[in-house]
Ligand binder design. Structure first.
Ligand SMILES: Nc1nc2c(ncn2[C@@H]2O[C@H](COP(=O)(O)OP(=O)(O)OP(=O)(O)O)[C@@H](O)[C@H]2O)c(=O)[nH]1
Ligand SMILES: [Mg+2]
Length: 446
C-alpha cells in the first residue's frame, strides 16, 4: 500500500499545524527531510516526540516536533509520522510538496481512518464514530460519538449477532442431522429466544431516532398565542437579538430559525408566529407555518403568558402540544401570576425577558432526551439503521415460520441471514462500495 500524507489540521494560519504521514515508507520518507538533533529519525522510538528541523534543499524550512508511531501501535496500524510544524500556509504546503517529491501520495478523504479499519484497529461503527466526533457540536453529541468509538454499539450488536448465530446453528443442526441431535428440537425455547432478540432489535431501532436527533440537532418549535414571549425566549436561548420583539400582538409573521447549544444539546430553534384566528392574509400564512413547524418538530416548547388567565387560544396551543413531545412554559414569571396549570407536565415557570429560569428549561430538555438514550449505544445513521431493520424483518419472519409450523429450516435460514445483516453494521462482512461510501464522508487528513 502507498504511503500517504495530508495536513490533518485545518488549512490556514495557526500556531501549529500537523502533517501526518502513514504507510510502510513513512519513517524512511520523513527521515530524508526531518532531522532530529540528536539521532536519526529511524532511531526514534515508537510513540516518542522529538525536536527536529525540516530541511528544504539543505536550508532549514522549519523547526518542528515530530512523533514516530511504529506499526501496529498507531491510529492507522501502519508506521506513522506526525510532524507538528508552524501553522502557516507556505510551510505546510511546502512540507507536503517535499513529502510528495519523496514518494508520498496525497491521502484521500478519510483514508487514514479507512486504513485503521482495514488494519483491524477500528470496526465500521467505530470508524463512523470518528466522523461524528469530529463534527460534534454539543457535549452530548461528543459523548455519544466517544461511546461508539469505544465500541459500545459494536459490542451490543456483536452480542445480538452471536445470539442469533447460536439459534441459527441450533436449528440448522437439527434440520441437517435430525437423528444425531440429542432429543427433539426445543421449539418453545427457540421461539422465546427469537422473540427476545426481536424485542432487542426493535429497541435498538428506536434508538436511531434519538441518536439521530442528538447527532443532527433537535428540531424545536416555540409556539404560543401572540405576545406570550416566544421571540423573547428564542433570543434568550440564542444569546442574541435574532427575532423582533415588540408589545404588538402578531409581531412575528414568518418562522425564524437558528441553531443553538442549549444545555448540552444542539437545538434547531424555530420561533413562530403567534397562533390565533385572523383575517389578515399575511398573518394567516404565518399561523399556518407555525402549525406546520409544530407538526414537523421533535420538541415543542409551548408558551403561555402567566400574567393573564389562560383563554381559549391558550387551550388550543396546549392541545397542539399534547400531541407532541413537549414542554410547557408559563412565561413572564416576573409579573403577578394569574395562570394556574397543573394538568400538564413538565411545566416550567420562567421569565424570558429577565432570562430567569432558563436553567430549569435546559434541565427539562436534558431529562427528556437523556432518559431515552444510552450514550454510545444508539444507531446514528441510515446505514446502521438499515442493517438493524433488515435483521429485525428476518427475525420476525423466522418467528412466524416457527409459530405457523412452516418448518424449522425456513426459520434457520432467516436467522442466519439476520446475523449476516448485523455483521454489516460493524463491517465484519461488507461490500467494497459501502466502505468507499462511508469513508468519502470524512475530511482529508483524518
Ligand atoms: N414582563 C415580561 N415581559 C415579557 C416577558 N417575555 C416577553 N415579554 C414581553 O412581551 C411582549 C411580547 O414579546 P414577544 O417576545 O414579542 O412575544 P411573541 O410571543 O413573540 O409575540 P408574537 O410574535 O406577536 O406572536 C414584549 O413586550 C416583551 O418584552 C417576560 O418574561 N416578562
Ligand atoms: Mg414573536
Amino acid at each position: 500500500m502507498s504511503t500517504i500524507c495530508a495536513l490533518s489540521t485545518p488549512r490556514g494560519v495557526g500556531g501549529i499545524a500537523v502533517v501526518r504521514v502513514s504507510g510502510e515508507q513513512a519513517i524512511n520518507i520523513c527521515a530524508a527531510l526531518v532531522r532530529p538533533i540528536k539521532q536519526r529519525l529511524e532511531q526514534v522510538g515508537s510513540n516518542r516526540t522529538v525536536f527536529a528541523k525540516v530541511y528544504d534543499d539543505e536550508k532549514t524550512l522549519d523547526e518542528v516536533m515530530v512523533t514516530v508511531f511504529r506499526a501496529p501501535h498507531s491510529f492507522t496500524g501502519e508506521d506513522t509520522v506526525e510532524i507538528s510544524c508552524h501553522g502557516g500556509i507556505y510551510i505546510t504546503e511546502r512540507l507536503l510538496t517535499l513529502l510528495l517529491a519523496q514518494g508520498c501520495v496525497m491521502a484521500a478523504a478519510g483514508e487514514f481512518t479507512k486504513r485503521a479499519y482495514l488494519n483491524g484497529k477500528l470496526d465500521l461503527a467505530q470508524a463512523e464514530a470518528v466522523i461524528d466526533l469530529i463534527h460534534a457540536r454539543s457535549p452530548l453529541q461528543a459523548r455519544n460519538a466517544l461511546g461508539q468509538l469505544d465500541g459500545r454499539l459494536s459490542r451490543k450488536v456483536s452480542a445480538l449477532r452471536a445470539a442469533l448465530c447460536e439459534i441459527g446453528t441450533e436449528i440448522m443442526a437439527y434440520v441437517d442431522y435430525p437423528e444425531e441431535t440429542i432429543g427433539e428440537i426445543d421449539e418453545a425455547s427457540i421461539t422465546q429466544r427469537l422473540s427476545q432478540n426481536a424485542t432487542s432489535l426493535e429497541k435498538l431501532l428506536r434508538s436511531f431516532d434519538m441518536g439521530h436527533l442528538i447527532r443532527e440537532g433537535i428540531p424545536t418549535a416555540i409556539i404560543g398565542k401572540p405576545n406570550v414571549g416566544k421571540s423573547t425566549l428564542m433570543n434568550a436561548l440564542l444569546g442574541k437579538d435574532k427575532s423582533i420583539v415588540t408589545d404588538i400582538a402578531g409581531t412575528t409573521r414568518d418562522t425564524v430559525e437558528e441553531s443553538a447549544l442549549v444545555g448540552d444539546m444542539v437545538l434547531h430553534l424555530m420561533d413562530t408566529a403567534g397562533i390565533r384566528e385572523t383575517s389578515d392574509t399575511v398573518e394567516a400564512i404565518g399561523v399556518e407555518r407555525a402549525r406546520a413547524a409544530a407538526e414537523s418538530a421533535a420538541l415543542v416548547i409551548a408558551l403561555i403568558d402567566g400574567s393573564r388567565p389562560p383563554d381559549d387560544e391558550d387551550k388550543a396551543i396546549l392541545s397542539i402540544a399534547k400531541e407532541k413531545r413537549s414542554i410547557l412554559i408559563i412565561n413572564k414569571s416576573d409579573l403577578p401570576q394569574q395562570a394556574e396549570l397543573t394538568d400538564l407536565a413538565p411545566v416550567i415557570r420562567l421569565s424570558a425577558k429577565n432570562e430567569d429560569g432558563l436553567e430549569a428549561l435546559h434541565q427539562a430538555i436534558r431529562a427528556m432526551f437523556k432518559t431515552e438514550t444510552v450514550e454510545g449505544e444508539s444507531l446514528n445513521n441510515l446505514r446502521q439503521r438499515q442493517a438493524v431493520s433488515e435483521a429485525l424483518v428476518l427475525v420476525q419472519s423466522a418467528l412466524s415460520a416457527m409459530e405457523s409450523g412452516l418448518g424449522a429450516d425456513m426459520a434457520g435460514l432467516d436467522v442466519t441471514s439476520a446475523a449476516e445483516a448485523l455483521a454489516t453494521l460493524t463491517g465484519e462482512s461488507v461490500r467494497e462500495q459501502m466502505i468507499e461510501d462511508i469513508f468519502s464522508r470524512f475530511c482529508v487528513g483524518k
